[in-house]
Design a protein around this ligand. Structure first.
Ligand SMILES: Cc1cc2nc3c(=O)[nH]c(=O)nc-3n(C[C@H](O)[C@H](O)[C@H](O)COP(=O)(O)OP(=O)(O)OC[C@H]3O[C@@H](n4cnc5c(N)ncnc54)[C@H](O)[C@@H]3O)c2cc1C
Length: 575
């Protein structure tokens, strides 16, 4: 059996930052990262616009308190304010630390790190590396893994969390290359498995964002927090859904409807295109519904609106947002210097996730913690984003809480022994699960069921929600879950069998989707990204709390956890 002091699942920003911190604090610890992709192919690499911190390089009036207020207001008062305080206070130091590791941020003429405006932020505080910020940061972190002797298992798919008597003891993993199964035991297990954009049919996320870590935790009996809050990013490129970064609006681009109007005047007159994402996505969806969208012939009534950069001029476009220009050119055939880009909302970010405290320790209920289990990054919910995340706060969360969780793990494993694990038991179960999939004689292809499931989630649990719509969705979803036992695989081999991975991922998507829908049906109010047409107001007295969803094959039970309010009282949220 393989063993490490610490095993981290996920090679994105959160997992890598934690690993580096553990190795820095105690170089004698044996730390390993597992990822189903190469670490540099984690979705973090695709992050474009930037990372927020009140460095005050551009705006001397900025402060961590202002950043904290913007974040809490952006969250529609659902974020835990103690966690937000840590995030925003520690932000400037983690950015400087990244720079010392070698991250190449874009610069001001005087050599300091440049900062740009971003949606929902009241000051210019988003640091960036052109529109390839995630790329710049992740490359340096992965280099630092090597430098610090962290072992990397790349292209291994983790299929199970070993949790016994309230203690995380290890994982079971499958080697995509040759189908080999391994049990790994460890003194501490950390999940940094990223988001679940693939639950929806149109998403900015990569193919690996299937919510595996959430599903594995849920199956092990751990609650999932605030799953109803799914961020739809306003500007997904039509029709593929790939992201056109908010940095483009940060640099001055306009949103235009079929009548040529900058329609954001009607929705957020003071912030216009730089209103928070929930508000901007709803505004676009409303324009489309009202027939003021545009089609590919340029007529009214179509499925997208325009993102117009033309007034910015070639030089600014090419120096500040070159990657977005290239995406629009390559994927939609649009030259953004000359033509507006067709966009519509796309599933982008998971505000909810595995519930953790501010040391990254996973909660097993409102009042208890799982022993030896940690999580950070997009898969976790420490709740700094509440009901709606501000752009450029997620990379920040990965780095601040990745670092913090790493420090907390380095401390935790001192004087701990490796747990006893029955290797044969877990290997047999995993082997049976894989063999069961290979032997299944069903009538559906994986892709058929997956597509139907993603369509169902997008149709019944998208930007606008009602009880009737979501109940219909839940019924459809249960029918589709039945079909999972009737899928068949064409590939029955063990070498690079991506169909097995797709089948395991489909299982994750289904568990996560069911949790989202159930949590959403039961939140009878509108807050942040969760908009109920049948309950259009925020209801603090009943729902000023976090949803905790406990999954079991028989159904999902819900409980509610109070929000931590230390700094700001809830107010009406206007921009
Ligand atoms: C297109 C795009 C642009 C973005 N731009 C910005 C931005 O400018 N600013 C900002 O703040 N945020 C941005 N975000 C959000 C931000 O990038 C992510 O929230 C963040 O990078 C997530 O990092 P992570 O470490 O939590 O997970 P990820 O980077 O998603 O990494 C997840 C890791 O887990 C591994 N994994 C998952 N499941 C398994 C399994 N079963 N077995 C083994 N390994 C597994 C994966 O292989 C991967 O290594 C953007 C997101 C997208 C999609």
């Amino acid at each position: 059996m393989l063993q490490h002091d610490v095993i981290i699942v996920g090679g994105g920003l959160a997992g890598c930052r934690a690993a580096v911190e553990i190795a820095r604090i105690d170089p004698s610890l044996n730390v390993a990262i597992v990822a189903k992709t190469h670490p540099i192919r984690s979705h973090s690499v695709a992050a474009q616009g930037g990372i927020a911190a009140s460095l005050k390089n551009v705006d001397s009036h900025d402060s961590w308190e202002a950043h904290a207020f913007d974040t809490v207001k952006g969250s529609d008062y659902l974020a835990d304010q103690d966690a937000v305080e840590i995030l925003t206070r520690e932000a400037p130091d983690v950015i400087i630390d990244l720079e010392h590791m070698g991250v190449l941020f874009s610069r001001l003429p005087d050599g300091r790190i440049a900062q740009r405006p971003f949606g929902g932020h009241s000051h210019e505080r988003t640091c960036y590396a052109a529109d390839k910020t995630g790329h710049a940061i992740l490359h340096e972190l992965v280099n630092n893994l090597r430098r610090n002797g962290v072992q990397v298992y790349e292209e291994w798919y983790v299929m199970r969390l070993i949790l016994e008597d309230g203690q995380a003891k290890g994982i079971v993993m499958y080697h995509i290359l040759d189908g080999k199964l391994e049990v790994v035991r460890a003194k501490a297990v950390m999940f940094a498995t990223g988001g679940y954009g693939r639950v929806f049919n149109t998403t900015s996320n990569d193919f690996a964002s299937t919510g595996d870590g959430l599903a594995m935790s849920a199956v092990a009996g751990i609650p999932l927090e605030d799953m109803e809050f799914v961020q739809f990013h306003p500007t997904g490129l039509y029709p593929v859904g790939v992201l056109i970064s908010e940095a483009v609006r940060g640099e001055g681009a306009y949103l235009i409807n079929s009548q040529g109007d900058r329609f954001m005047t009607n929705y957020a007159p003071s912030r216009m295109e730089l209103a928070p994402r929930d508000i901007t996505s709803r505004a676009i969806a409303r324009e489309l519904r009202a027939g003021r969208g545009i089609d590919l012939q340029g007529n009214a009534g179509g499925p997208f609106v325009y993102l117009d950069l033309r007034h910015m001029g070639r030089e600014k476009i090419m120096s500040r947002v070159p990657f977005c220009w290239e995406e629009a050119h390559r994927l939609a055939g649009v030259d953004a210097v000359e033509q507006p880009i067709p966009v519509r909302p796309t599933a982008h970010y998971s505000m909810g996730g595995i519930p953790v405290n501010t040391d990254g320790r996973v909660r097993s209920s409102n009042s208890s913690l799982v022993d030896a289990f940690f999580a950070a990054g997009e898969s976790a919910c420490v709740s700094v984003h509440g009901a709606n995340r501000l752009g450029s706060n997620s990379l920040l969360e990965c780095v601040v809480y990745g670092k913090r969780t790493g420090a907390s793990i380095a401390n935790f494993v001192q004087n701990r022994k490796l747990p006893e694990v029955d290797e044969q038991f877990y290997l047999t179960q995993a082997r049976n699960q894989i063999q069961g999939l290979l032997d299944q004689q069903g009538e559906y292809r994986i892709n058929q069921v997956c597509q139907a499931f993603q369509d169902c989630m997008s149709q019944y649990c998208g930007v606008f929600r009602t009880e009737e719509l979501m109940n219909e969705g839940l019924n459809k979803l249960q029918e589709l879950q039945q079909q999972f036992s009737q899928i068949y695989l064409d590939d029955r081999g063990s070498l690079w069998n991506t169909e097995i991975i797709e089948a395991l991922e489909l299982r994750s998507i289904m568990i996560v989707g069911q949790t989202i829908l159930t949590s959403a049906i039961n939140r009878q109010e509108s807050r942040g990204a969760h908009f109920r047409e049948d309950y259009p107001q925020r209801d603090d007295s009943k729902f000023g709390q976090h949803t905790m969803a406990y999954y079991s094959p028989a159904g999902i039970d819900l409980d509610y956890l109070p929000v931590t309010m230390t700094m700001f009282e809830p107010q009406e949220r206007k921009y």
